[in-house]
Write a protein that binds this ligand. Structure first.
Ligand SMILES: [Zn+2]
Length: 127
């Protein structure tokens, strides 16, 4: 049985499928960025929180945040902890679609989270 070690860059997630998917422990989710699969415990969960502020159209502004403990209520969108998955999701507006249809969502805190994450992670060879 293949055991995935923690604390290493998720090299095995570079493809769209997990090797040994039939053997993985626990539920699997689809990344809205690359549409690849990953273990629920290895993906980052995004959820909506209400900011209490209103935008120029008078709509209640909704913020998307990274749910680090994967425990906040509501519908979640899942992403690999990979900057490129976030960028792909952003480009496709995949987070907006996954979470709340056409509603306006403020994803700036997610962007910040991924930028910080990317800046802290050691660069792999060839990147
Ligand atoms: Zn992904």
């Amino acid at each position: 049985m293949r055991v995935q070690s923690r604390g290493q860059p998720p090299q095995h997630l570079k493809n769209d499928t997990l090797p040994g998917l039939g053997l993985v422990q626990g539920p699997v989710r689809m990344c809205v960025g690359c549409r690849g699969l990953g273990l629920r415990t290895e993906l980052v969960r995004l959820v909506i929180v209400t900011s209490g502020q209103h935008d120029t159209a008078g709509e209640n502004q909704l913020r998307v945040v990274v749910d680090e403990r994967r425990s906040l209520p509501g519908r979640g969108a899942w992403l690999h902890p990979e900057f490129r998955c976030w960028k792909a999701a952003e480009r496709k507006r995949a987070v907006h679609r996954a979470l709340h249809g056409e509603r306006r969502l403020d994803v700036s805190s997610v962007a910040t989270w991924f930028e910080l994450f990317d800046s802290q992670r050691p660069k792999a060879l060839g990147e």
